[in-house]
Design a protein around this ligand. Structure first.
Ligand SMILES: NC(=O)c1ccc[n+]([C@@H]2O[C@H](COP(=O)([O-])OP(=O)(O)OC[C@H]3O[C@@H](n4cnc5c(N)ncnc54)[C@H](O)[C@@H]3O)[C@@H](O)[C@H]2O)c1
Ligand SMILES: O=P(O)(O)OC[C@H](O)CO
Length: 329
């Protein structure tokens, strides 16, 4: 039985715990909230996220003690929003992840450092890149709870490690495959959130499907330019780990980033939109990190710039979209 430590109490940690434990793995599960842990232990359900899912408590062990949760694990899965992952991992000793395989399921960057999660983990815990992987692909936790057919890509410089994790995930409704492009996949997962958020802003302002199709097409080019400037490896951006994820997050009713953007487009302030959502829109933080990283790269990124101006410079969404409109083809 593989021993997995799941870090995070949100929708994605809940969905991954369902998949992994139902496939026979032993999952020790770190959640911040004592009440949530208590609720899980007594009712088998996460009270806040995907609360229809019932866990088998002979395989799933919720706890608020992060050090205890990771101690005996073979795999550590990170599923805390990127803005809080440093705070969570700082509770662990520097050698706590030694000898373990670490999989980031996070689609975001550390906002305080403009750094990919895997880069931070490698540095903080002195791990080799080959011990790490990422979970990518167009997959909403809500559809996992409903057991709808989904596809995941596990990216790692060690494709054999990625394949091992794929084997832990595959089931009747999850297909998984391994890929080598860790950085490209991780950056693309960060950037798709910015695009979904901008699609939401446009939707909130009353723009329709015609405009969104052009926005998303231009987004593919923007992502391609940025990835090429950062890591010019050959990669097929039409693969589902890249384009598929961009599409699901831009169009789905379940998208946190699109929902958040739509509220901003309809006139909510950033603060009130964040308070209204019980969930985290990673794109809010990603916009700032990518915008700041791009000050050195100087890639043409009109969509990211527009989102940055709205969210961080308080430019009215309608004004910014008028400007963006002129730049799209
Ligand atoms: N939800 C999905 O379908 C999905 C799919 C793929 C990847 N992801 C990624 O998984 C990661 C986790 O997102 P999610 O969707 O599970 O989150 P979520 O939006 O469902 O839940 C928010 C989570 O943030 C936590 N949180 C809020 N404030 C916090 C704080 N101050 N300190 C620490 N934690 C805090 C909450 O406890 C909760 O666990 C993100 O990087 C997201 O992009 C999510
Ligand atoms: O679509 P969002 O904004 O909820 O993000 C969730 C996942 O990244 C989708 O794969």
């Amino acid at each position: 039985m593989e021993k997995i430590a799941m870090l995070g109490g949100g929708s994605w940690a809940t969905a991954l715990t369902k998949i992994l434990s139902e496939n026979g793995a032993r999952v020790s599960w770190w959640l911040r909230s004592k009440d949530d842990v208590q609720h899980l232990r007594t009712t088998r359900h996460n009270p806040r996220y995907l609360s229809s899912v019932a866990f088998d408590l002979t395989r799933v062990f919720p706890s608020t003690d992060i050090a205890e949760v990771v101690k005996d694990a073979d795999w550590v899965v990170l599923a805390v929003p990127a803005a809080f992952v440093k705070e969570a991992l700082d509770k662990l000793e520097r050698d706590a992840l030694k000898g373990k395989r670490v999989i980031s399921a996070i689609k975001g960057m550390l906002p305080s450092r403009n750094e990919l999660v895997t880069d931070y983990v490698v540095e903080r815990f002195r791990l080799k890149d080959e011990c790490l992987g990422v979970v990518a692909g167009p997959c909403h936790a809500e559809e996992v709870a409903l057991e709808k057919q989904s596809y995941l890509t596990i990216g790692s410089p060690d494709v054999a490690l990625a394949e091992q994790f794929c084997q832990l995930l595959r089931n009747r409704y999850v297909r998984a495959h391994a890929a080598a492009d860790l950085d490209g996949i991780e950056y693309c997962a960060v950037m798709k959130n910015i695009i979904a958020l901008t699609c939401g802003i446009a939707h909130g302002l009353g723009y329709g499907d015609n405009f969104q199709a052009v926005l998303v097409s231009n987004a593919v080019q923007e992502i391609r330019r940025f990835l090429h400037a950062l890591s010019p490896e050959p990669r097929d951006l039409s693969a589902s780990a890249y384009l598929g994820d961009l599409l699901v997050t831009s169009y789905s009713q379940f998208s946190r980033n699109r929902t958040f953007g739509s509220m901003v487009g309809r006139g909510y302030s950033v603060k009130s939109a964040q308070l209204e959502m019980n969930m985290i829109a990673e794109g809010y933080y990603a916009v700032k990190s990518i915008y700041e990283l791009n000050k050195q790269l100087k890639v043409s990124m009109p969509i990211t710039s527009a989102a940055y101006h709205v969210l961080y410079e308080k430019i009215a969404p309608a004004v910014e979209l008028e400007i963006l409109k002129e730049k799209l083809r």
